[in-house]
Design a protein around this ligand. Structure first.
Ligand code: CA
Length: 169
């Protein structure tokens, strides 16, 4: 086991029991009361992306991590799925028709039901401006297209791992 998969935080010890592909990521923690508990496994990913090609690529990227992937093609579909499907993480394309990703992010952040949903913004624009906007809009991570499949998967897994850690701290 790699030491980077062992977290010690606020007197609790957590171990990522994932395999080398991080299959079945789980976070175990010893609570301050001394009992062992397992947090909810964060693995449900909602993807909002209008391009069928990119959706397919994302599916291929995330499959080895055995994540549950839910796909929507536009902003309104993404917003309703963000509530009804209870995802752990949203991968949000910015270049969407009609309602773009910035507006989706805005609406998510102003709705108490989705205010805290972690969002990974996906954009074709690498400019500082997009990065700053993602930051100000409350995005948790930022990936530029085109991306390397492994890098993208790692970003998603890192964010899911952060959620698991935050959930027990
Ligand atoms: Ca797009």
């Amino acid at each position: 086991m790699e030491t980077s998969r062992i977290h010690i935080k606020n007197g609790t010890v957590g171990v990522d029991t994932g395999t080398r592909t991080l299959l079945g990521f789980a976070y175990w923690a010893k609570s301050r009361q001394g009992s062992i508990r397992r947090t909810q496994v964060a693995r449900r990913v909602l993807v909002v992306e209008d391009s069928a090609v990119i959706r397919r690529l994302i599916e291929v990227c995330l499959r080895p991590a055995s994540l549950e992937v839910i796909m929507r093609e536009d902003g309104p579909g993404g917003l309703s799925a963000a509530i009804s499907e209870k995802p752990d993480l949203l991968v949000l394309d910015i270049g969407l028709p009609e309602m773009d990703g910035w507006e989706v992010l805005d609406r998510l952040r102003s709705d108490p039901r989705t205010r805290d949903l972690p969002v990974l913004v996906l954009t074709a624009h690498a400019e500082e401006e997009s990065r700053r906007r993602a930051d100000e809009g409350g995005a948790d991570a930022f990936v530029t297209k085109p991306f390397q499949p492994n890098d993208f998967r790692q970003e998603v897994l890192n964010l899911l791992a952060r959620i698991a850690v935050e959930a027990v701290s």
